[in-house]
Design a protein around this ligand. Structure first.
Ligand SMILES: O=P(O)(O)OC[C@H]1O[C@H](OP(=O)(O)OP(=O)(O)O)[C@H](O)[C@@H]1O
Ligand SMILES: Nc1ncnc2[nH]cnc12
Length: 178
């Protein structure tokens, strides 16, 4: 099947939920894709193929708490490179870098273990969705604090009207746009 045909098949599995988790938010739910083994496999294939063709120098995949953890480790394994988590504050042991940020429906802080990223390492950051871009911008700041290099921010879903990519001064790629 063509890339477009495969993308349409994945997109057909994503559901929309008005007024969740707050009034006025249209929540795009990625979990039905994971419920469908073929759909989930196809989605991981598309992510791996993109990174292999556009970011062949990548050395580390970073995933964002928590939905970035659904895809990041699988993609990293398939690329035979490591995975490191960016977690909500207070969940990681040892020395960390920390950044506060706002997202479409709230505020939070992210941390990364200092030991998980090497100076100068080429990093692709993965998450399920970009809305206002607050979470991805904070993640880029953490990677910069660690002295590493974000070669791409890679999202399954982009909510285009919220212009999240405009906040981010690194390449941003999304598979599915609403
Ligand atoms: O572009 P933004 O406006 O920052 O919003 C996008 C972020 O919001 C969601 O995560 P959330 O913080 O809800 O956590 P979860 O993945 O644990 O549900 C989503 O998974 C992204 O990480
Ligand atoms: N509209 C939305 N749907 C799903 N996850 C989100 N994270 C931030 N905004 C979201």
């Amino acid at each position: 099947m063509s890339t477009d045909g495969r993308l349409e098949a994945v997109k057909a599995l994503i559901t929309a939920h008005p007024d969740f988790p707050k009034k006025g938010i249209l929540f795009r739910n990625i979990f039905p894709v994971l419920r469908d083994p073929k759909g989930f496999h196809t989605l991981c294939d598309l992510m791996v193929e993109h990174i292999q063709s556009k970011c062949s120098n990548v050395e580390l995949i970073v995933g964002l708490d928590s939905r970035g953890f659904l895809f990041g480790p699988i993609v990293a394994q398939r690329l035979n490179i490591g995975f490191a988590p960016v977690r909500k504050a207070g969940k990681l042991p040892g020395e960390t870098f920390k950044v506060s940020y706002s997202l479409e429906y709230g505020q939070d802080s992210f941390e990364i273990e200092k030991s998980s990223v090497k100076l100068g390492q080429k990093v692709v950051i993965i998450d399920d969705l970009i809305a206002t871009g607050g979470s991805m911008k904070a993640a880029c700041e953490l990677i910069e604090m660690a002295g590493a290099d974000v070669v791409e921010c890679y999202l399954v879903i982009e909510l285009v009207d919220l212009k999240g990519r405009d906040k981010i001064n690194k390449p941003v790629t999304s598979l599915i746009q609403y």
